[in-house]
Design a protein around this ligand. Structure first.
Ligand SMILES: C[S@@+](CC[C@H](N)C(=O)[O-])C[C@H]1O[C@@H](n2cnc3c(N)ncnc32)[C@H](O)[C@@H]1O
Length: 232
């Protein structure tokens, strides 16, 4: 497996000082509270798993979870969710036989979001299997990236306690494009929600407040996360 860009920031990715990521996490949690994703039984594949979030976000027992990520450093983190199997692989070319999972989930999968990973998610599922995916919104990210003068399909992590910047792929699509891609690879019953931070979230990342100032809207009116549900 080639080295992943996430290897460079894995150790600090979950630090509370990476406020934008934590704002994304909390938005995901509140979105799942208002619109739950029941997972009563069956195996679950978590793509772009990082340290694993299926237990924290969905309450699913680790014995049902297979985690997939292309970063060895993420898999080596000391604090991580247990799972039944870890697969070091590209989510766009999954080295597993088809039709094995009842659920495919992935949180903040913008590094590899596109037709290939959606087709692979579809291939992994049993008939009527379901996906739950989250990505940052195009509406937020394109404004921020224009303001920062960086490529639209990249994000930048400021390495903590240094002046260093790590640039990583981050592919943001409009909800209309996500819907088209899901249909193209064969998904149905598609739901894409647009979720903003709650009024009481603190702290709020300057990468979010700066976009709100530019657009002259409140933080609670700026969708920052899409939660995507669909059925095979
Ligand atoms: C933004 S992080 C999110 C991690 C985790 N899902 C979470 O919410 O805490 C993206 C994750 O996707 C992984 N990743 C990036 N490109 C990938 C690819 N092509 N295939 C599989 N995993 C990938 C990274 O290593 C990282 O763990």
């Amino acid at each position: 497996m080639p080295r992943s860009g996430y290897d460079d920031i894995a150790e600090e990715y979950y630090d509370l000082r990476h406020v934008t990521c934590r704002n994304f996490d909390n938005t995901t949690k509140s979105s799942l509270v208002s619109n739950s994703f029941p997972i009563p039984d069956g195996k679950l594949l978590e793509i772009g798993a990082g340290r694993g979030r299926a237990g924290e976000f969905l309450g699913v027992d680790h014995s049902r979870v297979v985690q997939l990520d292309n970063s060895q450093a993420m898999f080596d983190l000391a604090v991580r969710e247990e799972c039944s199997l870890k697969i070091l692989a590209d989510a766009c070319a999954i080295p597993l036989a088809s039709g094995q999972f009842k659920y495919v989930v992935g949180f903040l999968i913008d590094p590899f979001m596109g037709l290939d990973c959606l087709a692979e998610a579809h291939r992994m599922l049993v008939p009527e299997g379901r996906i739950l995916l989250t990505v940052p919104t195009h509406q937020w990210g394109t404004v921020l990236r224009t303001m920062l003068g960086i490529e639209e399909m990249t994000t930048r992590f400021k390495v903590l306690d240094t002046e260093n910047i790590v640039v990583l792929p981050s592919v943001l699509h409009t909800p209309e494009r996500i819907d088209e891609m899901l249909k193209m690879v064969g998904f149905q019953k598609i739901e894409i929600s647009c979720d903003a931070l709650t009024d009481f979230e603190q702290p709020v990342s300057s990468d979010i407040t700066s976009v709100c100032e530019t657009l002259e809207i409140q933080v609670s009116d700026l969708p920052i996360i899409h939660t995507i549900r669909a059925t095979r």
